[in-house]
Design a protein around this ligand. Sequence first.
Ligand SMILES: Nc1ncnc2c1ncn2[C@@H]1O[C@H](COP(=O)(O)OP(=O)(O)OP(=O)(O)O)[C@@H](O)[C@H]1O
Ligand SMILES: [Mg+2]
Length: 241
Amino acid sequence: MKEILIVKNLSFKYSDVPVLRDVSFSVEKGDFLGIIGSNGAGKSTLIKLILGLLPYKSGEILLHGADVRTRKPNVGYVSQKVASFNTGFPATVREVVLSGLKKPSLFRYTAEDMRRLGECLERVGMTEYGNKLIGRLSGGQQQRAFIARALIGGSDILILDEPTVGIDAMSVKSIMELISEINRSGVTVIMTNHDTPTLVEAADKLLIFCEHGNAELVKKNELSLAEMSELYAGKRRHHHD
Ligand SMILES: Nc1ncnc2c1ncn2[C@@H]1O[C@H](COP(=O)(O)OP(=O)(O)OP(=O)(O)O)[C@@H](O)[C@H]1O
Ligand SMILES: [Mg+2]
């Protein structure tokens, strides 16, 4: 099956606050999907729904053909708040990356786990930092460690929620290059970013939040220049049925 993710007629509210309304789109293997929408539009909510972290009643989300409510999907995930934790957190980069393996409480790491650790650290350019405390690294280096943590589970889909917030411009560029490289290696990427031009440049499909919790999927190369500049200006789209 070419479609790795199918979202059908998804609606969602937090108690009585409606966030998503009748959202439908699909993502194919190898896509780089950028999710665009203003603050509070519902981007992180949609991601949590895809990850099976929030219950929903209306609509359907299929990941690899399975309903995410019945089978918790194996997805590499970098959450929005991940880099803003207490910098005194006493874990090394290796420990942070290995925690992505989601092992049961009593376990030993196998030789295979350690091989994967080395491979993932190398993939994100952090081989030399394995023994460093995560809190002592720069924002960009921390984010690389969290990307390695998301990769170590071996998922073919990586979801990143605002992975470049609070990182200096040079590091943003190199992190975007890293994510694109991971995508080119065959991993399907879904990502949000407050910096629309940077995201549009990297993505090949865009899910654009419109007014009233609707969202529309467009292929980047089908956007007109006028639509592109409206997007960059942060203008909200009107939904056409
Ligand atoms: N746990 C929650 N309980 C109630 N309302 C929530 C909760 N989380 C988010 N919301 C509300 O749902 C809406 C969508 O929030 P969400 O975090 O999905 O937006 P977002 O597009 O990710 O925004 P941002 O760009 O600021 O990250 C907002 O109005 C928010 O206040
Ligand atoms: Mg968010």
